[in-house]
Design a protein around this ligand. Structure first.
Ligand SMILES: NC(=O)c1ccc[n+]([C@@H]2O[C@H](COP(=O)([O-])OP(=O)(O)OC[C@H]3O[C@@H](n4cnc5c(N)ncnc54)[C@H](O)[C@@H]3O)[C@@H](O)[C@H]2O)c1
Length: 316
């Protein structure tokens, strides 16, 4: 059976995700939805007209959804649903400033996903990421392994890019890792970061690593400040699309994602940025990696910070 993926929200993040997913040419169908009349259909027409040039057979379907779930029947049979619906940040805003507005949107979307695509793996990207992932699980009542969030892939990619630029080496020679939350308590992991297979700590001084860590933590805000009218989408959509592809192909790839943690690192009962094996059932397994004492302490701190926030979402 051919694979089907749905992208909810046809803004910058959603439309670029749909484009990447279509161009992979591994899905039969990419459905893109939004509440804005005509926009998803227009994007679908445009994307389908690029098929002859880019050489992919995936068909893109654009659907406008209504306040009472109208249009959601189009997502039936989706193997994966990527939720991008919700407001992005404006300059000066933190991701947490989006909490209440986006909680209403994500809850409504997630309830419809549960109704119309009850077997899908849900990948959440709406911000604040860790809280919206927890909310989507609550609203769908899906098993926790079938609901995950995208943040770590992006934060890691940003960190790798900054390291490659600073050392003037190919980005492919750099491996980095970030765990924790998609926010102030992001935990970069220099002890697991390498350049040409050698520890990052041997490639640059500690102060420079710290500078790049700060730059990574502020990576999203830096883009928001320059764009002025929205937030980043090229790197974010690359991250979400790769996760959706790993699910569709049941690849078992290990990726940094926001996943339900149940005992790993001595942490339980919280959605947190960790490495996990991704496949057809979503998170196959959380992969616990060796951390040094500082990194482990920061991860525990991040877990407590997001636990406190995630506790509030049940009433939203
Ligand atoms: N996790 C990450 O790493 C990451 C990175 C970048 C952006 N984001 C987040 O992704 C979200 C989307 O960003 P964007 O740049 O695409 O914003 P955008 O404003 O371009 O698009 C958001 C879209 O969602 C739609 N929408 C609103 N309510 C909806 C609903 N109920 N059903 C379907 N669609 C609905 C809007 O009409 C709009 O088209 C934001 O919350 C942003 O903060 C997350």
């Amino acid at each position: 059976m051919g694979k089907k993926v749905t992208v909810v929200g046809a803004g910058f993040y959603g439309s670029t995700t749909a484009q990447r997913l279509a161009e992979y040419d591994v899905f039969d169908t990419v459905v893109i939805t939004d509440i804005v009349e005509g926009k998803p259909a227009g994007l679908a027409l445009d994307l389908n007209q690029s098929r002859a040039i880019e050489g992919f057979e995936t068909k893109v379907v654009g659907v406008t959804t209504g306040p009472n779930g109208e249009g959601y029947e189009s997502i039936e049979g989706s193997d994966v649903v990527v939720i991008t619906a919700g407001l992005p940040r404006k300059p000066g805003m933190s991701r947490m400033d989006l909490l209440e507005t986006n909680a209403k949107i994500v809850r409504q979307v997630a309830e419809n996903v549960a109704k119309y695509a009850p077997n899908a793996v849900v990948i959440v990207v709406s911000n604040p990421l860790d809280e919206m992932t927890a909310l989507a699980q609550l609203a769908t009542q899906f098993p926790k392994n079938r609901v995950l969030g995208q943040a770590g892939m992006l934060d890691t990619a940003r960190f790798s890019n900054f390291v490659a630029e600073a050392l003037n080496v190919p980005v492919a020679s750099v491996r980095t890792l970030t765990l924790g939350s998609h926010g102030d308590t992001m935990v970069p992991v220099p002890s697991k970061s390498t350049v040409n297979g050698k520890p990052l700590r041997e490639a640059m001084p500690a102060e420079q690593i710290e500078e790049l860590v700060v730059k990574t933590r502020n990576g999203g805000a830096e883009v928001v400040a320059l764009l002025k009218t929205g937030s980043a989408y090229y790197a974010p959509s690359a991250a979400a699309a790769r996760m959706a592809k790993a699910v569709a192909e049941d690849s078992g790839e290990v990726m940094p994602v926001c996943a339900w943690v149940d005992g790993e690192y001595g942490i339980s009962g919280v959605y947190l940025g960790v490495e996990a094996e991704i496949g057809a059932e979503g998170v196959k397994r959380v992969v616990e990696t060796d951390l040094d004492a500082d990194e482990r302490a920061s991860l525990l701190e991040a877990a407590e910070a997001v636990r406190a926030k995630q506790g509030d979402i049940s009433s939203m």
